[in-house]
Design a protein around this ligand. Structure first.
Ligand SMILES: [Ca+2]
Length: 232
């Protein structure tokens, strides 16, 4: 009879300790891609989950431009499997984006910055990419919010195109003409994977890293990143 409180205490200890042990492992969750890189700089590019504001809101960055260090004019297989480094300029890969967005309903957030230090964003309530058999078609809800305005809806429902795989609706090749791989119609109002060219430059039409509804045509952004977050 006297043993009963002992077992009760033991049980209570287990109940208290288990969550502590569990939450300790959470302390090392990466806040952004550079955390992942810093933990192990030899890691290859790939799908890494980050937790900017805790475990409940995993944000996955799938596209990032920031300094012009990576060439984004690449063929289909590169856009399919991904390139660059998660700590720098980066494309996650269409196959990964397809699987991520099929698994969970996701919203899309696009953050951008110009060379004067101004920042803006655009948000879409739902975003997914179809399978390769359907050309990695872009499925996008209506524009939700953001001061950068809507420059992406125009290519909603379009297949992905690269210079060696023209799946756009234009008679010519958008990827080749605008030096990028992206979802194009005939052709674009946003060219996040275009040529990095340090701000205003309209010497060649609309080939830069552009978001037309914010900076107009002929302005190549300093930084842009496209990221998804699961929604309930
Ligand atoms: Ca075409």
């Amino acid at each position: 009879r006297k043993l009963f409180p002992f077992y009760l205490i033991l049980l209570l200890l287990v109940l208290i300790l288990v969550p502590v042990v569990t939450s300790c492992s959470d302390l090392n969750l990466p806040l952004d891609c550079s955390d992942i890189y810093n933990q192990d700089s030899s890691r290859p590019s790939g799908v890494y989950t980050i937790y900017p504001i805790g475990t409940t809101s995993a944000i996955q960055v799938f596209q990032k431009r920031m300094d012009g260090s990576v060439n984004f004019y690449r063929p289909w297989d590169q856009y399919k499997f991904g390139f660059g480094n998660a700590a720098g300029e980066y494309w996650l890969g269409l196959e990964n984006i397809f699987h991520l967005t099929q698994r969970k309903k996701s919203e899309l957030l696009i953050d951008m910055e110009d060379f004067e230090g101004n920042k803006s964003y655009a948000r879409y309530t739902s975003f997914s990419v179809g399978p390769e058999s359907d050309g990695y078609k872009l499925h996008l809800s209506e524009f939700n919010s953001g001061g950068a305005g809507d420059s992406l809806s125009i290519v909603s429902g379009q297949k992905f195109s690269t210079f060696d795989k023209d799946q756009d609706t234009w008679v010519n090749n958008c990827a080749r003409s605008f030096i990028a791989g992206f979802w194009f119609s005939d052709c674009h109002s946003a060219n996040p994977n275009g040529v990095y060219r340090w701000g205003a430059d309209d010497s060649l039409y609309a080939i830069g890293v552009e978001w037309i509804s914010w900076k107009g045509r002929g302005y190549s952004l300093k930084a842009i990143s496209m990221k998804i977050r699961p929604v309930q």
